[in-house]
Design a protein around this ligand. Structure first.
Ligand SMILES: Cc1cc2nc3c(=O)[nH]c(=O)nc-3n(C[C@H](O)[C@H](O)[C@H](O)COP(=O)(O)O)c2cc1C
Length: 209
C-alpha cells in the first residue's frame, strides 16, 4: 500500500501545461477524464457541471476568434495600443486552436435549491461554481495521471454570450471555464506556493498554527 505522500505526490507534480504535441487523445481517455471529474463532491449532490468537449478544428477556430474579438473590445476600452492587441489576439487564437482538445466547463442551476430571495439564490449559484471547480480540479489531476497536460483558462467567464452562441449552449447554462488538454510539449517548473504561515491560522485569524 503506497504511503499518503506517495499517493498524493500527483497533487504537487501536476502543472498547468500550455503547449501540446499534435497527438490525438483517444475518446475513451477523454471520457475517463470527465468521469473522474464527476466524482467530485457537489452541493446537494446536484452535479451542476456540464462539459462541451471540442475536437473539431472549425469549432475551435470559431470559438477562439469569438473569445478573442470580445477580449480585444475590452482591451481597446482599456486603452491597450493596437499593435499590442493584434499580438495578444494572435497568441490567444493560436493557443486555443493548437490545443488538441478544449473542454468548456459550465454550470446549470437546474437541480439546485430554488429560493425566492436573491441572497440565498446567489449562495446556490456560488455552490454550483464551487462544485464545478472541484470537478475541474479532479479533471486536471486525472489528466496528469494519464500523462496528459491541461490548463484551466478563465476566458469564457469574460465572454459568456459569445461562448454560448458558438457552442449552442442554452441560456440557463453558464460557461465558466475552458480547459485545454493535450500531451505535453513542455515541462513547466512549479510556481512557488505561499508558506503555511501566511495562509493558515489557529483558533483565531492572525494566530499561527
Ligand atoms: C480559476 C483559474 C483560472 C485560470 N485561468 C488561466 C488562464 O486564463 N490562462 C492561463 O494560462 N492559466 C490560467 N490558470 C492557471 C494558473 O495560472 C495556474 O494554475 C497557476 O499559475 C499555478 O500554476 P500550476 O497550475 O502549474 O500549479 C487559471 C487557474 C485557475 C484556478
Amino acid at each position: 500500500m503506497a504511503s499518503p505522500e506517495g499517493l498524493l505526490s500527483i497533487l504537487k507534480e501536476r502543472r498547468s501545461v500550455r503547449t501540446y504535441k499534435q497527438k490525438k487523445i483517444e475518446k475513451e481517455t477523454i471520457e475517463k477524464l470527465i468521469e473522474f471529474a464527476t466524482w467530485a463532491p457537489s452541493a446537494h449532490n446536484s452535479q451542476p457541471w456540464r462539459f462541451v468537449v471540442i475536437e473539431d478544428s472549425k469549432v475551435k477556430v470559431e470559438l477562439a476568434e469569438a473569445m478573442a474579438d470580445r477580449w480585444m473590445k475590452d482591451l481597446k476600452k482599456d486603452g491597450v495600443p493596437v499593435d499590442e492587441r493584434v499580438k495578444l489576439k494572435r497568441e490567444s487564437i493560436n493557443r486555443f486552436t493548437k490545443s488538441p482538445i478544449l473542454i468548456v466547463a459550465c454550470i446549470t442551476l437546474e437541480d439546485m435549491e430554488k429560493y425566492p430571495d436573491a441572497r440565498r439564490q446567489k449562495c446556490e449559484w456560488t455552490m454550483a461554481t464551487q462544485s464545478l471547480s472541484a470537478a475541474i480540479q479532479n479533471l486536471l489531476i486525472a489528466a496528469a495521471a494519464y500523462g496528459l497536460g491541461a490548463c484551466w483558462c478563465c476566458a469564457p467567464l469574460f465572454c459568456k454570450e459569445e461562448v454560448r452562441r458558438v457552442l449552442d449552449i442554452p441560456e440557463n447554462v453558464e460557461p465558466q471555464a475552458l480547459i485545454t488538454v493535450g500531451y505535453p510539449a513542455e515541462k513547466p517548473s512549479a510556481p512557488v506556493r505561499f508558506p503555511l504561515s501566511k495562509i493558515v491560522f489557529k483558533d483565531r485569524w492572525g494566530e499561527p498554527l
